[in-house]
Design a protein around this ligand. Structure first.
Ligand SMILES: [Mn+2]
Length: 319
């Protein structure tokens, strides 16, 4: 299991009420990754944490870190705060597409395997606020154009139900998958964030399978929450069995990308918080590797829920 982290969470973070931890430069964040036992991968936000490909590559080499992904942020700049890829203003949509293209150029230059995009500002707060017909059409156009550019760097979309809009357009894995189907570019995928998926009342393991069986790739973000909001807690701290089941199916499909931690330490010590996340994640991965998956699959085919439940009790919960 390869584990990485979205390095934005290693510096200062904030919510509506509080600020947490001190600001760090990109170099200091990368030094922190190196300190976390179990992590050697990096997801970096473009363009807000990046400089030149040469400078960033030198830092990554010096600290012996590896790329999980480039995360292109099309919501932070002032013109994108009310939305970007789905907006009726052509110039704003074009600027957002151009930013994704530049993120792909950067990913190629530094050797990162993929670009992931979570268009959180594209959505709405009130009913009768946006034209659903136009916004869906624009999402197909803009993300389709960004996907077509530099096909050797695949584009992954990360859906989420809520925040920063009350209702994001890509509010579930299914909705994002439908968009990818409409776009029809095989060099695309879903960034399946466990916490986003359960907030959308999905089963993450089933959405992993559904996405792959629909012909699209998957990149996994790990965390946990209470399903009401995206709290970015330590993995397994509330939905242990969901985490086990997701890793069970990831193993079945031979998932070989990074498992990237999308969790927020807030009031907790940063290194301790991520080490606890790395530890439970590796523990679950090791556990999954002890399971006789062929036996589980056979029992599923036989609809033997009684034996499956007994196996889960004995082999997973171990009670
Ligand atoms: Mn995520």
């Amino acid at each position: 299991m390869k584990q990485s982290v979205i390095i934005g969470f290693l510096g200062k973070t904030q919510d509506r009420f509080c600020e947490y931890h001190a600001p760090k430069s990109t170099y200091e964040k990368l030094q922190t990754v190196q300190k976390i036992k179990g992590f050697d991968g990096v997801e970096m936000v473009f363009p807000h944490e990046t400089s030149t490909p040469e400078e960033i590559s030198a830092m990554m080499r010096e600290l012996q870190l590896n790329w999980a992904a480039i995360n292109v942020n099309v919501k932070k700049d002032p013109q994108f705060v009310p939305g970007s890829l789905s907006r009726p203003v052509r110039q704003i949509r074009e600027e957002a597409v151009a930013m994704i293209k530049r993120a792909k150029d950067f990913a190629k230059a530094v050797g990162a395997p993929l670009v992931t995009c979570c268009p959180l500002s594209d959505g709405y707060d009130m009913l009768f606020q946006v034209d659903y017909q136009a916004s869906w059409k624009y999402l197909i156009e803009t993300i389709g154009e960004a996907a077509d550019y530099l096909p050797e760097v695949p584009l992954f979309l990360e859906p989420k139900y809520s925040e920063v809009r009350v209702h994001c357009h890509l509010d579930s894995t299914s909705k994002a998958l439908l968009l990818l189907k409409e776009i029809g570019n095989k060099n695309t995928g879903i960034t399946l964030d466990l916490g986003h998926s359960i907030q959308s009342q999905e089963n993450p393991a089933q959405m992993l399978v559904t996405t792959i069986e629909s012909g699209f790739d998957v990149y996994i973000h790990t965390n946990d929450n209470d399903t009401k909001a995206d709290w970015d807690l330590i993995g397994g701290s509330r939905h242990f069995l969901n985490y086990v089941e997701l890793l069970f199916w990831a193993k079945e499909y031979g998932y070989n990308k990074y498992f990237t931690t999308d969790a927020s330490p807030r009031v907790y010590d940063i290194v301790d918080f991520f080490e606890r996340h790395a530890e439970i994640s590796m523990g679950i991965w090791n556990l999954v590797n002890t399971l006789d998956t062929a036996k589980y699959r056979r029992l599923m085919r036989e609809e033997n829920f009684n034996e499956l439940t007994a196996l889960v009790t004995r082999e997973i919960y171990r009670v």
